[in-house]
Design a protein around this ligand. Structure first.
Ligand code: GAP
Length: 520
């Protein structure tokens, strides 16, 4: 098993073992690509959402939030283009009966070539040591040049075919590249057909197309149809934004990689309404601001990158992904799209209601353009867990080497901020003092009382769920009202007055500490 696979397996089992994520309906063998968040998972997820929500609504006077319903009039999805164009090109392998996305098969083919390039680069880096210049090596080594041009040509051709909706051409390409089914190993493919990703249900007990309702595949449309209500009631002027966090649903046929691709997931979306003609400027602004938001969490810059879209969604005139290096490679974490006036224009036309904004400065009415930022909450969760989970060799109580599993989450998003521990569980004076300390601290942040097992094991347990601080109450506490505060990352312990604890912990766990670099 590759090191990356091994790392990913550890991450998935850590999520289960420590109460972050469970398979949905596990006692019935689970439901594919649907997951539940456990006690620590829900806290971490809520903290991610809070960081995003504050960054959008609290840090910007001109961004306000809404919470729109999951069910919307079916006309919304007709106007938005989702009924006709929200689909993936799928094909089946006739021997394994497995279904695949045609574009993903081709992308995986290119990834294999990219892995060969990476191997050559690693080998050369070892050989040349400190003098190694990767950019120069990539641009002069003939084998790498040939492989890179094969990748570029393959992806270029695929995007042209997707743009032209040429499914026969796409199948021909898969056959030419001799792509085989990962399960059966055969090239026995069906034709490619478009498969709509929306889930549908019925309104009341009336059957038929008339009463068909969709579970929203994105939260954005709830913002579009409310934009004038919000603009008027919150007295906003252009440019202004509307933020929303909520569930979205997609019938993903190839649902894999744990919570990366789910059928029910959560989105954090913000639509920024701008004057037509200024959208490129705002697109560039949000592209940078969103990357800064990710970097402020301490994510290594080398793990984040932009990926400009070649094949634009039906609503966009420019689009970029912020990709994160997951254990299975760089993948989309967030999308930033310049959606033009596509959505508002389409809703105006189908509903027959005017969706124009009156601009008091230029004295004219127009349909605004929209720049959207769209982050997947579950992917963000996976990225944060992947970044944070590590193993360290540290001395144990006897001075011998031992392994500590550490979840090095940024302090402000850690599920539990502070664990309060009496040194011994069967000494009533210690446990009641510890409860007294907990009762003070719980007004400021999420705390946990922990008295079971030896203190060293309790520290390890808290390290594994990412708790930044452990406060221990010992016999000295009873004499002088001081406690030890242990920092998760340095493992250093400091003796402080009980009254100082809240200040020390708050200074490090407050969301405020993240915002300095994201208020662009
Ligand atoms: N409103 C625009 C929109 O929905 P998208 O690129 O399809 O754009 C936005 O989705 C984000 O939602 C993605 O960047 C990803 O993080 C998340 N996302 C999309 N499909 C997902 C799925 N099946 N499971 C988990 N997250 C998903």
């Amino acid at each position: 098993m590759s090191q990356q696979n091994e790392q990913f397996k550890k991450l998935v089992s850590h999520c289960k073992e420590y109460g972050f994520i469970y398979q949905s309906s596990e006692i019935y063998d689970g439901l594919a690509a649907v997951y539940d968040y456990g006690p620590y998972g829900v806290e971490l997820k809520n903290n991610i959402k809070q960081y995003w929500w504050m960054a959008m609504t609290q840090m910007h006077e001109n961004i306000v939030g809404i919470d729109s319903a999951i069910f919307m009039s079916p006309s919304v999805w007709k106007a938005s283009g989702h009924v006709d164009a929200f689909s993936d090109p799928m094909l089946d392998n006739k021997d394994s009966n497995k279904r695949y996305r045609a574009d993903q098969l081709i992308e995986e083919y290119c990834e294999k070539i990219e892995n060969k390039i990476k191997k050559d680069v690693t080998k050369a880096a070892k050989k040349f040591g400190d003098d190694f210049d990767e950019a120069q090596f990539r641009s002069t080594n003939q084998r790498i040049i040939d492989r890179q041009s094969k990748i570029d040509a393959t992806l270029g051709r695929m995007n042209d075919l997707l743009k032209a909706d040429d499914m026969a051409g796409l199948k021909e390409m898969i056959e030419e590249l001799e792509i085989t089914c990962p399960v059966s190993g055969s090239k026995n493919w069906t034709d490619i057909r478009q498969f709509n990703l929306m889930f549908s249900t019925q309104l009341g007990n009336i059957a038929g197309e008339e009463s068909k309702l969709y579970l929203r595949p994105e939260t954005a449309q709830g913002i579009f149809v409310n934009y004038l209500n919000v603009q008027k009631t919150s007295r906003q002027k252009l440019p202004f934004g509307i933020a929303q966090i909520g569930k979205a649903f997609r019938n993903e046929i190839v649902a894999r990689q744990f919570i990366f691709r789910m059928r029910e997931f959560e989105q954090l979306e913000m639509q920024f309404f701008v004057k037509p003609g200024t959208q490129q400027e705002w697109y560039a602004h949000w592209k940078e601001a969103r990357l800064n938001w990710h970097k402020a969490l301490g994510t290594d810059a080398s793990k984040l990158r932009y990926h400009d879209h070649e094949k634009l969604a039906h609503y966009a005139d420019a689009a970029v992904d912020i990709e994160f290096e997951f254990p299975f490679g760089f993948r989309e974490l967030e999308g930033i799209h310049s959606r033009t006036d596509f959505d508002l224009g389409a809703h105006q036309e189908l509903s027959g209601k005017k969706l124009q904004y009156f601009d008091p400065e230029s004295n004219e009415s127009y349909v605004p353009y929209v720049v959207e930022t769209s982050l997947g909450c579950d992917r963000m969760f996976l990225a944060m867990m992947g970044n944070a989970l590590q193993e360290e060799t540290v001395p144990d109580a006897d001075g011998k080497d031992s392994t500590r599993v550490l979840l090095k989450l940024p302090y402000p998003i850690a599920p539990v901020k502070c664990a309060v521990m009496p040194l011994l569980k069967n000494k009533e004076q210690l446990t009641s003092k510890a409860r007294e300390v907990l009762d003070k601290l719980k007004f400021d942040f999420n705390c946990q009382y922990d008295e079971k097992d030896a203190i060293g094991r309790r520290y390890r347990r808290q390290d594994a769920i990412g708790t930044p601080f452990c406060v221990t109450i010992d016999f000295d506490t009873l004499e002088d009202d001081t406690v030890t505060v242990r920092d998760r990352d340095t493992m250093k312990q400091e003796r402080v007055k009980i009254d100082e604890v809240a200040g020390i912990v708050s200074g490090k766990v407050a969301m405020k500490s993240l915002f300095k670099s994201v208020t662009a």
